[in-house]
Design a protein around this ligand. Structure first.
Ligand code: VG1
Ligand code: CO
Length: 545
């Protein structure tokens, strides 16, 4: 074992989902090593007997630096005395698959190498996140301790050893540590197979149902080829962009209508298939499209919750409850009310759902950022959402658009958009949000967008399970007519600041309104409230999803 002297980097505070930086930042000597050692130092504090009988899972989304980082981590984990390491073949594992492996193999935790939907490459982004024993992202009390360790780190441990062969499944040893190279598909496939009725999904494809799944040159390619084409019999060619590339083909592997433009165009063509879907870099997000029809993530969550019990064997007993992040549309709340189950509103980021699921308080969770999942793992799960939609299609045999319209007819529609302002100057953006925060208490009663402000606050969350409090999780301005304006700064970017502005207006109009028209007054009001132009010199967003 080799002890290497190092000194802290002051910028290793984990964000909404792990530590994300420019790839070249991660490539600096000691940068990755410091963070990984800080994770090990934190976790070991809770293990009186050390790592000798513990298992660590390692894998990533295949982006540039994934393989190099995995080799570094294997050497460090062996030097730190782990009993066993499970690493995906070629160092690949999607985020939900890491969660599946941790849970099925009773591992201590896992390191996921990914910056998710951020672009990949030497001049793009890299990231690393730590997942804990329940398979979910480390909660804040752990990420805070990891950060504190990064600030006082003085040394890390490694082993002098050439790179290991990760191209083939099998077992080898590094000092006293057993290293198992595993098939990245096995555990994940087993879990989804327990939930869904594969036979009925096979029948759906046999009946001529067609879909296109865009893996965006990222990690879900192998999973989708295996599950959709090989196991469920979807015709070859159903999965496109199905080979993980280090730079994702130069695209943002972000499954929204802008970045998945090719799929969107395909779904508008005269011979469009019945269902279109895409997943992000690490496989935890999903986009669902019908023929010339976009399903918003909030509606997708609500519809999955509405149909799960009838359409998916894994949920036949019904849902314990549902949860959504605060900015996510309130559509799922209405489904929960109709089902007579509890719903929870959490801060942004999947780490807040873990306790609820562990305690059996909620079964299905989701976020507006194209993330949906359930308690089968402790991460959002892109392919799972696609399988849910296939199950809905198999049960209803109706077009996507009709299923959604029926939902709007029954529950009303949450018109919803997120406006992102990227690349803002950090200080100016922070000041803008702070200035609004200070005015919140004075806003009540003010007329806004044809209604008036009934409540305005900065969202604070008390975890119902462990009582931990997370403050300043996003400003919400609630109007008398039920509309909402929400804003917060992103915690996943690697450059400057990104403002996320979320607007929602609920109507019982069967969903036939024009979304731009319905939301425009709220968008304009939000810009005025924030004094957007005055603070950051911008009116129009970079991206609308
Ligand atoms: C964004 C999304 C959030 C999501 C997070 C991680 O965070 O808004 O809903 O949980 O990304 O998703 P932020 O702080 O930038 O708004 V992923 O697929 O990038 O791991
Ligand atoms: Co992701």
């Amino acid at each position: 074992m080799k002890t290497v002297s190092t000194s802290p980097f002051i910028d290793q505070r984990p964000g909404t989902s792990g530590l994300r930086k420019k790839t070249r930042v991660f490539m600096q000597p000691h940068y990755l090593e410091n963070f990984v050692q800080a994770v090990f130092n934190t976790v070991r504090e809770d293990l009186p007997d050390g790592f000798g009988s513990e298992t660590l899972v390692v894998g990533g989304d295949g982006r540039y630096y994934n393989r190099v980082a995995a080799q570094t981590i294997l050497r460090m984990a062996a030097a730190n005395g782990f009993g066993q390491i499970l690493v995906g073949r070629d160092a690949l594992l999607s985020t939900p698959a890491v969660s599946a492996v941790i849970r099925r193999r009773s591992a201590l935790g896992g390191l996921v190498l990914s910056a998710s939907h951020n672009p990949g490459g030497v001049d793009a982004d890299f990231g690393i996140k730590y997942n804990v024993r329940n398979g979910g992202p480390a909660p804040e009390r752990i990420t805070q301790r990891i950060y504190e360790h990064t600030l006082k780190i003085a040394e890390y441990f490694t082993i002098e050893h050439p790179d290991l062969d990760l191209a083939h499944d099998g077992t080898m040893h590094l000092e006293d540590t057993e290293i198992n190279v595993i098939d990245p598909l096995t555990d994940y496939t087993a879990i989804v197979e327990e939930l869904f009725d594969f036979e009925s999904l096979r029948d759906l494809f046999k009946s001529g149902f067609r879909m296109q799944f865009d893996a965006m040159n990222a990690v879900t390619g192998p999973y989708a080829h295996h599950i959709l084409e090989q196991r469920l019999g979807a015709p070859a060619g159903t999965v496109v962009n199905g080979t993980p590339l280090e730079d994702f083909g130069g695209h943002h592997p972000d499954p929204n209508q802008v970045n998945a433009a090719e799929l969107v165009a395909h779904m508008k063509a005269p011979d469009a298939p019945d269902l279109g879907a895409a997943c992000d870099g690490d496989g935890d997000r999903n986009l669902i499209l019908g023929r010339n029809f976009f399903v918003t993530p909030g509606d997708s969550l609500a519809l999955i919750a509405e149909h799960a019990k009838e359409c998916i064997p894994g949920y036949r007993k019904g849902l314990a409850g549902v949860a959504r992040s605060m900015p996510t549309s309130t559509a799922v709340d209405r489904v929960a009310q109709a089902l007579g189950i509890h719903f929870y509103e959490t801060p942004t980021g999947w780490k807040f759902f873990g306790n609820l699921m562990d305690k059996g308080l909620c079964t299905i969770c989701g976020e507006e950022s194209f993330g949906t999942g359930s308690d089968h793992v402790r991460e959002k799960d892109g392919l799972w959402a696609v399988l849910c939609w296939l199950a809905i299609m198999a049960a209803t045999r109706k077009p996507v658009s009709e299923v959604v319209r029926e939902h709007w007819g029954r529950f009303g529609r949450s018109y919803y958009q997120r406006h992102d302002y990227e690349g803002l100057e950090l200080t100016a953006a922070t000041q803008m949000v702070e200035a609004l925060r200070e005015r919140l208490s004075a806003l009540q009663g003010n007329p806004v967008a044809g209604s008036s402000i009934s409540d305005a606050d900065d969202f604070s969350y008390t975890d119902p399970v462990d009582g931990s409090v997370s403050e300043r999780q996003g400003i919400r301005i609630l109007l008398e007519d039920g509309s909402r304006i929400v804003c917060r700064l992103s915690g996943t970017g690697t450059e400057g600041a990104t403002l996320r502005l979320y607007v929602e207006r609920y109507r019982r109009d069967g969903g036939e309104g024009d979304i731009e028209e319905v939301l425009r007054p709220l968008v304009l009001a939000a810009r005025e409230l924030l004094e957007l132009r005055e603070h950051v010199g911008r009116d129009e967003p970079t991206l609308i999803t």
